[in-house]
Design a protein around this ligand. Structure first.
Ligand code: ATP
Length: 422
């Protein structure tokens, strides 16, 4: 067995064995390709298989799903399919294809091709390796472009000189892989990146394509190094007009990273954060609202994402001013409760004020967990007519509980009776 396959979980090896059977039965050549092969050689955990077939990928997917008792999802528009096994492994299956770019930065023409064509259309040599999973080339590494050596030498290298002109998103991908694996972009590739940047290639890209890669970039672990490398190779204002990576901005981004770390350590079970959005806000921080509106219009992020960005940009300063004072718990609660966790943590990351930090810590640790012992049903029992006043009364009770520490249900009832009486 190929040495790299040995350490895979047995269920995944079973998937690969089944794919070999399908290849034999359909008498077609099929290959493991892409990031899976790269990560396998690198010894990095990656259980998302990518299979490409020199035949109809859909037929291959249907039969493989049958063997594995798995679900299959077809993407007819792209002639690809995803098989999801009962254990949760995901296998993307496509037909080998050849691509050519009619114009720079536009989507490519796609036609049928063989494995060499399919690997030649890829971004970097390290992603252009395949492993045969059909009888004649079973478990043989197929390497037309020197990707194996580039992995050993830790190099990011494009496959041809027009690569970044054809698809400038590859520049972001180069930075992403370089920083993720601690590789270096090879010298000629670096020169071609600079050339493509000077030709303003990013302006020619359609926004959805740029956006997807842009978000993937911000989702990487090594985010601060990535952000600095973008400045070095591309300059941020080629991606977001007017964003300049000043020392102050780097300080804020570092503080965001530390604050996210604090949140995850202190509250491992609390809500998941959209960390990439926090870094994006960190980059946008300080721009005029007009320029942020322009960026948001162009990028058309999701509604919830736009809302969080605008909430920080329009109210951040005012909230920091309010929260740096010594204020009652109920006031802290009223300021923070309507905000998303991302925005609250950005306030904490932005300000060094002791009171603000204390207030936000208390909000997460105490105030936001306070629950009332009584509910609308108890109000009904007291003879209060149902309506919007319920919310008003319950809010009043919650604020009193936060400020005065009403502990028991009896204390809460007494408080309610008191305010009704009044
Ligand atoms: P990740 O580990 O981040 O998921 P990946 O290598 O699996 O990285 P995907 O974006 O899932 O990357 O793409 C799968 C494969 O498709 C890549 O390995 C690469 O060969 C190819 N690919 C993806 N995007 C491009 C692109 N813009 N240009 C050329 N090839 C690409």
């Amino acid at each position: 067995m190929l040495k790299y396959l040995k350490d895979l979980p047995p269920q995944l090896l079973k998937v690969i064995e089944s794919a070999k059977l399908v290849s034999s039965q359909l008498r077609c050549r099929s290959y493991l390709v892409g990031g899976f092969v790269r990560d396998l050689i690198l010894g990095r955990k990656n259980f998302d298989l990518d299979i490409t077939v020199e035949a109809d990928g859909m037929d291959f997917a249907n039969l493989l799903a049958l063997y594995l008792k798995a679900k299959v999802i077809h993407y007819h528009r792209f002639s690809t399919a995803t098989v999801v096994t009962p254990e949760g492994f995901k296998i993307d299956i496509a037909t080998t294809r050849k691509e050519s770019y009619p114009q720079p930065a536009l989507l490519p023409y796609v036609e049928k091709g063989d494995i060499k064509d399919d690997l030649a259309r890829r971004d970097f040599t390290i992603n252009a390796l395949a492993i045969g999973i059909y009888p004649e080339r079973e478990e043989r590494i197929i390497d037309f472009f020197g990707g194996y050596n580039d992995i050993l030498r830790k190099k990011i290298r494009i496959l041809h000189d027009k690569s970044f002109i054809d698809d400038p998103t590859r520049i972001l991908r180069a930075i992403r892989f370089e920083q993720r694996f601690n590789f270096r972009i090879e010298r000629h590739t670096l020169r071609l990146i600079k050339e493509a940047v000077s030709l303003k290639m990013f302006e020619k890209l359609s926004i959805p394509r740029l956006k997807d890669e842009f978000i993937l970039l911000l989702k990487e672990d090594n985010i601060i190094k990535i952000i600095k490398r973008v400045e070095e190779l591309i300059k941020w204002d080629n991606l977001i007009p007017l964003v300049i990576l000043t020392k102050r901005k780097i300080k804020f981004l570092n503080s965001i990273k530390r604050t996210i770390g604090w949140y995850k350590r202190e509250f491992p079970h609390k809500r998941h954060l959209d960390e990439w959005l926090m870094y994006l806000i960190g980059l946008l921080d300080g721009l005029d609202k007009i320029h942020i509106d322009y960026f948001l219009n162009k990028f058309s992020l999701r509604k919830g994402e736009t809302k969080r960005i605008m909430s920080y940009i329009t109210r951040g300063k005012e909230l920091i001013d309010k929260l740096k004072k010594k204020i009652k718990p109920s006031i802290i609660y009223r300021y923070l409760e309507p905000l998303s966790y991302e925005v609250i943590l950005l306030l904490k990351a932005k300000s060094k004020e002791k009171n603000l930090n204390k207030n936000i810590d208390k909000f997460f640790k105490v105030y936001n967990n306070v629950r009332l012992n009584i509910s609308g049903r108890d109000l009904k029992k007291l003879g209060i007519t149902e309506g919007p006043c319920y919310q008003v009364i319950l809010n009043k009770l919650l604020y009193a509980k936060l400020d005065r520490g009403l502990n028991t249900k009896e204390e809460e009832m007494r408080f309610i009776k008191n305010i009704i009486g009044r």
